[in-house]
Design a protein. Structure first.
Length: 261
């Protein structure tokens, strides 16, 4: 277990659970950024088989501590800060295993930008989401606009950012941003169970799926087709594929267990 004052990284078998706990509003600050970067570094050095990102408190986050912006004395200084902020979701997106974001309540700005960098977003029915940077005359800087556009389309991303409104979980599920809306009651346990199921799967195959979809994002179906056969063929080096094929032939489908190797 790795722990800082505001971020906890716990392991439950193959599942890593990263918890944001910076009461009362889980605001993004320089110290939170440092803690997140440290936790991500731990996951890069010692990969899990799946990651669940969650938060403590009544809300996921109320956004960024605006004093962080007030401290920037020039565009050059601001760019250094924004480059560091953007690295957080970019590094999460690059992790070679499934990542799940669990939103139990209000999820604004940086937290939403981390959410859309994850592979799967689970939301409690009471959750609400927003990119509200317009209130300080800013546009989102941590990739949320473009990652939202990748999920929901450019028109929806423009609406979401330009209005600065908050949107409920059901709306974002309809937009294909949230993957699943779950009941408020028992949400945390349900999110953990979902992530645990991914952690028990063929980790190397999940990583391959992420690589294929990265190619699709970069160049559509032709780009993905140019790489899929090589990526899939490389899985024949894994114990999980070899053992699962033997299990299927001997015992039928759904009986294999996976080690992540």
């Amino acid at each position: 277990m790795s722990m800082t004052e505001q971020v906890r990284l716990d392991r439950d078998g193959g599942l890593a659970v990263l918890t944001i706990d910076a009461p009362p509003l889980n605001l993004y600050t320089a110290s939170l950024q440092s803690s997140l970067a440290s936790a991500i570094g731990t996951l890069e050095d010692a990969p899990a088989r799946a990651l669940l990102i969650r938060a403590e408190g009544k809300i996921v986050s109320g956004g960024v501590d605006v004093s962080l912006f007030d401290a920037q004395g020039s565009p050059a200084e601001a760019k250094v800060l924004f480059d560091e902020m953007l690295a957080v979701p970019d590094r999460i997106a690059a992790l070679p295993f499934p990542t799940v974001f669990a939103a139990h309540g209000l999820c604004l700005t940086w937290a939403f930008e981390v959410a859309v960098a994850c592979d799967i977003i689970l939301a409690a029915s009471r959750a609400k989401f927003g990119l509200v940077e317009k209130v300080v005359g800013l546009t989102p800087t941590m990739g949320g606009t473009q990652r939202l556009a990748a999920r929901a389309g450019v028109g929806r991303a423009k609406e979401f950012v330009m209005t600065g409104d908050t949107y409920d979980a059901a709306t974002l599920e309809r937009w294909n941003v949230v993957n699943r809306v779950l009941p408020d009651e028992g949400f945390d346990a349900a999110a953990r169970a979902f992530a645990q199921r991914l952690a028990e799967g063929p980790t190397r195959a999940h990583a391959a799926t992420k690589r294929v979809l990265d190619h699709y994002s970069a160049g559509g179906v032709p780009e993905a087709n140019a790489h899929i056969t090589t990526i899939a063929a490389s899985l024949f080096e894994t114990e999980d594929l070899r053992n699962a094929v033997k299990s299927f032939l001997a015992d039928g489908p759904g009986k294999a267990t996976f080690s992540g190797h």
